[in-house]
Design a protein around this ligand. Structure first.
Ligand code: SAM
Length: 269
């Protein structure tokens, strides 16, 4: 329920959804088993949290804004399977989060301020062991970029990382008018299915740094960027030609599979 006296905080990206019919259709679009455990990030007024509690086994929801404690306390008292944690999720240790459901697998659902969406996605993608899938509300353009095809202008570091450790797709478009107050952009929900062993990379954060270095100068070739990262010119050329790529290939023209091969050739030495 909307609290008329509530002061929306821009710094926390507080744009809330109150439309119960929409929230219910959103939850259905996840196609999850009712026995699922759900970690929600960004409870707000608890409207989505409540809908999640009505549909799934257990819901634990993080909220950074402590002024919502009293309101969310009332929401929690209506559901035996819903619990709010008043904390910045980025400051929470991932092993502790992984233990919230007693070591059981869980799904993450987040409608967050856009500026922390990427740090949260990458924190979970690279560090968790028990997360199965994430459903995250992102700005529409960001969703398109995350799902970008190799060779397109939308293909970049996030696309490569997401494809290396899982699969990403857009599940639902969400118009700006559904939010109170309405933001300046439309949104969409993306689904990220985690498959951390897809390419057998044992140090995901090292791989993340490597891919970022390959894209560091957007207008340069992969060869230039590899040399800038400290790889010897002759070795960089051999690595690229060894993958049957053109010497002047650009970073956005290289498939995720080839980034993995390149990484393994460099780091297994
Ligand atoms: N889920 C609600 C809804 O759909 O109406 C609220 C969404 S609102 C876009 C984002 C919420 O995330 C806000 O309530 C904000 O206070 C909270 N938030 C922002 N940063 C956070 C963080 N680092 N950790 C936990 N919650 C955060």
């Amino acid at each position: 329920m909307q609290d008329k006296n509530f002061k929306f905080k821009k710094e926390f990206g507080q744009n809330f959804i109150f439309d119960k019919v929409f929230l219910s259709s959103l939850v259905k679009s996840f196609s999850l088993d009712p026995k699922s455990n759900i970690l929600e990030i960004g409870a707000g007024m608890g409207t989505l949290s409540e809908c999640l509690a009505e549909n799934f086994k257990r819901v634990v929801s993080f909220e950074i804004d402590k002024t919502l404690t009293e309101h969310l306390g009332k929401v929690e008292s209506r559901h035996g399977n819903l619990h709010f944690v008043f904390q910045d999720v980025l400051k929470e240790n991932i092993n502790k989060i992984d233990d919230i459901f007693g070591g059981e697998k869980y799904f993450l659902i987040a409608n967050l301020p856009y500026y922390i969406t990427s740090p949260i996605i990458f924190k979970f993608l690279l560090e968790t062991n028990n997360l199965l899938e994430m459903f995250v509300m992102v700005q529409k353009e960001v969703g398109v970029r995350f799902c970008g095809e190799v060779g397109s202008k939308d293909y970049g570091v996030p696309t490569v990382i997401l494809n290396t450790f899982g699969e990403t797709s857009i599940v639902k478009n969400v118009g700006r008018k559904l939010f109170t107050p309405p933001p300046k952009v439309d949104s969409c929900i993306i689904k990220i299915s985690l498959n951390k062993n897809k390419f057998d990379i044992d140090l995901p954060s090292q791989y993340h740094k490597f891919v970022s270095a390959c894209f560091v100068a957007k207008r340069k070739t992969l060869y230039n960027n590899l040399c800038m990262s400290g790889i010897d010119k002759k070795a960089a050329k051999e690595l690229i030609l060894g993958l049957n790529l053109k010497e002047n290939v650009r970073p956005e023209e290289v498939s995720c599979e080839n980034y993995v091969k390149l990484y393994k050739m460099i780091y297994s030495k």
